[in-house]
Design a protein around this ligand. Structure first.
Ligand code: HEC
Length: 391
């Protein structure tokens, strides 16, 4: 077995445990007041004091990753404390903080196989990080070809710079930082900036009055998952954190919006440019803005995008309902919706995903996903309905 498979297996094994932990914590609701002294010790996070939008030592503006850490600690009934370390999350930082037992966890480490090998272990993914296209809101940014003939700011020695290097039909303007890229855009020196997404989104929100669209991109070196990292010996803590993460999804999504950090479906770039969805359209994804408010809900069935629905499902719902909805616990086996509800299947779906069943461990998703995204999930689930799941 490769390390990946091993990791996946142990993750599958943890899934059952995670569900029980979530159910338990929703049943108990209150933080564990009666827990022993060991349990109530503060959870120590290592963080950079000057790295907004991710972290800062300004209590009025703690940053996305610190707030995620706070939410996790609160769910576990523990206080937080910080070990400040002024640096980006390089390997050296991790070695000198997390692996030297200065702290228990670091939020936002890159979830890639070669990141510090077995010395660091990870929670379930919490976010994406990478590069984004930033441009006027009416500008079409659905793929690399939309940049033809435009002046595009790229950061020096970044993945976007490499990606665009061979495109003579796109005029590159090199900048040294995302701040400089945003300034070039605002001054009309470029049409689009292809820069570090979290900072672009944060500046768009705090400095540029939400004037631009910020579109995450996906492709070689453009996007990776991040997670909460722990030292290898902290497996038990990691499992505890994984147990509460699913129920924190709505809160985490709201924190992304608060800091303007893009967290939406990325646009495919590079080799796979112009990948169209199964409906044949590839729409620009506008991120960092609230999704549309209240819409009529009862939408025609089967018009959703099955492929996109499967992605959303496996990214979020699968934590509890199983990858590809394969789930041996019948109560949460979503392949049995049709059998269980018949003609009321769709109505039950919408009511459950909108309102959740908080007392039973099913979160509400209406502030996390738009109805279009949920419609896609429904379309995907429709393809899986069976009268009996033999698994
Ligand atoms: C934190 C775990 C968790 C996550 C994540 C989760 N669910 Fe659930 N879901 C549950 C539980 C537990 C139930 C069963 C509640 C009950 O017993 O009534 C449930 C029930 C449901 C039901 C009703 C099933 C039935 O037969 O009545 C639907 C539909 C559903 N979930 C859809 C989703 C979708 C779509 C997502 C992703 C957007 C999702 N869930 C994410 C835990 C979760």
């Amino acid at each position: 077995m490769t390390r990946n498979e091993v990791r996946k297996r142990s993750r599958d094994a943890r899934l059952g445990q995670a569900i029980r932990a979530v159910l338990l914590s929703t049943l108990l609701m209150a933080p564990a007041v009666s827990a022993g002294a060991e349990e109530t010790k503060p959870l120590r996070f290592c963080a950079d004091p000057t790295n907004l939008p991710f972290s800062s030592d300004d209590p009025g503006k703690p940053g996305l990753y610190l707030e995620i850490g706070q939410a996790v600690a609160e769910k576990l009934g523990r206080a937080v404390s910080y070990k400040w370390y002024k640096s980006y999350f390089g390997k050296r930082t991790v070695r000198e903080t997390l692996l030297s037992k200065q702290c228990d966890a670091m939020v936002g480490l890159p979830l890639v196989d070669d990141f510090m090998g077995p010395a660091v272990i990870f929670s379930q993914p919490i976010a994406h990080e990478g590069y984004a296209l930033v441009g006027a809101k009416d500008c079409k940014l659905a793929g690399i070809d939309d940049l033809k003939g435009l002046r595009v700011a790229v950061q020096y020695e970044s993945a976007p710079q490499n990606l665009l290097a061979s495109r003579d039909d796109i005029q590159k303007v090199t900048v040294l930082s995302p701040d400089e890229g945003m300034a070039a855009l605002a001054q009309g020196k470029v049409d689009v900036a292809f820069i570090w997404a979290p900072v672009a989104g944060w500046l768009n929100k705090t400095t540029y009055d939400d004037k631009y669209q910020v579109v995450s991109t996906e492709g070689d070196g453009l996007l990776w998952k991040t997670a909460i990292g722990f030292a290898k010996a902290s497996g038990a803590l990691r499992d505890e954190v994984d147990g509460v993460l699913p129920s924190l999804q709505p809160e985490i999504a709201a924190l992304f919006a608060k800091y303007g950090v893009p967290n939406g479906a990325p646009v495919k770039f590079g080799q796979a440019d112009r990948t169209t969805s199964s409906t044949g359209v590839s729409e620009p994804t506008t991120v960092g803005q609230a999704t549309t408010t209240e819409k009529p809900v009862q939408t025609a069935a089967a018009t959703g995008d099955i492929k996109a629905g499967r992605e959303t499902f496996n990214g979020t719902c699968a934590h509890c309902h199983g990858p590809d909805a394969v789930q041996s616990e019948r109560r949460i086996d979503l392949r049995l919706l049709k059998k269980r509800y018949g003609a009321d299947m769709e109505a039950t779906f919408w009511k459950t995903v909108h309102e959740g069943r908080p007392a039973k461990g099913m979160p509400s998703w209406k502030d996390v996903f738009s109805d279009d995204e949920l419609k896609n999930v429904y379309a995907y689930l429709q393809t899986l309905q069976t009268s009996d799941s033999s698994n």
